[in-house]
Design a protein around this ligand. Structure first.
Ligand SMILES: [Cu+2]
Length: 348
């Protein structure tokens, strides 16, 4: 055994069945007796004893509801994000985004040599209201040229896609545009080869809220991604928000009777489509989130790479509800999670 192939990872990680994903003890046993030499010199994945991932550097449970660096303490947050009210009632939102190479953990004990925005995959969620001015000071401290390419309206000079837009290592660029249209969008690096820069981790959510606020909801970002750990242009690990099976071991706590709004974005490289299926209930689909009319009412939504949707539902019953890619293979390779619905607190 000299590489972490797509198949061997299922076997070793103990995710061969849906139930096994829950059995952390089986996972530990499966991984302990095996060591792996990287298949290629830059394939830096390692298999340590499987237990829990180190959540101190990136915690998918915190990422889920964070935007504009809201997960940071105020003093630290102010280094990366600043709001200034403008006379017309909109807000100037200023960001500091830094491209940096960093090894990330994509399953307990499985590491991936990522290229990141601000050291995390996905990058920080950028969120504005329609009409707000977004200004991003982008610094490239990585080892390769990178850019930030935003979906949404902007002048061509802000597109981050052409050869003259590439920001070389040590360089910087100021992106500036008005947030439009409202919807669930994304940003990603647009340096070549594009598929490499995307699968290495250079993407994040760009959410534009409508001027007239949507109904109150428990709002969350779910980015469907995959990782090619042996660089054979095929993913070995799949997840929502990077860390395989994280929401199986750390279910997303929601309240019965309160609306849940999921901003689902597919950035999975190498596979044509990805999907999200929710057990025991149905949801409304707003394609791309750009309209207030419902496009579908279903329990499974399919998204091409780069496509996204807003899903809204309200939990009727307390208890655990599984969600996962309906491509069973993706689910078994880590793209699986759980909601845990609880009755709202009755005390005041
Ligand atoms: Cu890049």
């Amino acid at each position: 055994m000299n590489s972490l192939t797509r198949r061997s990872w299922i076997r070793l990680a103990g995710f061969g069945t849906a139930a096994a994903g829950l059995l952390r003890s089986a996972t530990v046993k499966g991984a302990q007796n095996t060591t792996h030499a990287p298949a290629m010199e830059h394939a830096a994945h390692t298999m340590g004893p499987m237990g829990t991932a180190d959540l101190s550097r990136f915690n998918p449970s915190d990422f889920l509801r964070a935007s504009n660096f809201s997960n940071l303490l105020p003093a630290e947050r102010s280094r990366y994000y600043k709001e200034t009210a403008r006379p017309d009632g909109t807000i100037l939102r200023e960001y500091e985004i830094v491209a940096v190479d960093r090894e990330i953990e994509i399953a307990p004990g499985v590491f991936f040599p990522a290229w990141t925005f601000n050291g995390q995959v996905p990058g920080p969620t950028i969120r504005a209201r329609q009409g707000d001015r977004v200004r991003i000071n982008f610094l490239n401290q990585g080892s390769h040229p990178h850019t930030m390419h935003f979906h949404g309206w902007h002048p061509p000079a802000m597109d981050g896609s052409l050869p003259e837009h590439q920001v070389v290592p040590g360089g910087s660029f100021l992106y500036e545009f008005d947030a439009d249209p409202f919807g669930t969008h994304l940003y990603h690096c647009h340096a070549v080869p594009l598929k490499r820069h995307i699968h290495k981790g250079m993407y994040g959510a760009f959410i534009v809220d409508p001027k007239e606020a949507r109904a109150e909801a428990d709002d969350m970002v779910m980015i469907m991604n995959g990782f090619d750990t042996d660089f054979d242009s095929d993913n070995e690990v799949y997840a929502v928000n990077t860390l395989a099976n994280h929401y199986m071991t750390h279910p997303i706590r929601v309240e019965v009777g309160r609306r849940v709004r999921m901003h689902v974005i597919n950035v999975t490289e190498f596979d044509l489509i990805n999907s999200l299926h929710l057990h025991g209930m149905f949801f409304d689909v707003y394609r791309t989130g750009t309209r207030t009319t419902i496009d579908d009412h279903t329990d499974t939504v399919m998204l091409c790479q780069g496509e996204r949707a807003v899903l809204e539902t309200t939990f009727r019953y307390p208890g655990k509800f599984m969600f996962h890619a309906h491509q069973s293979e993706f689910a078994e390779l880590g793209w699986m999670g759980m909601f845990e619905a609880v009755e709202p607190r009755r005390d005041t």
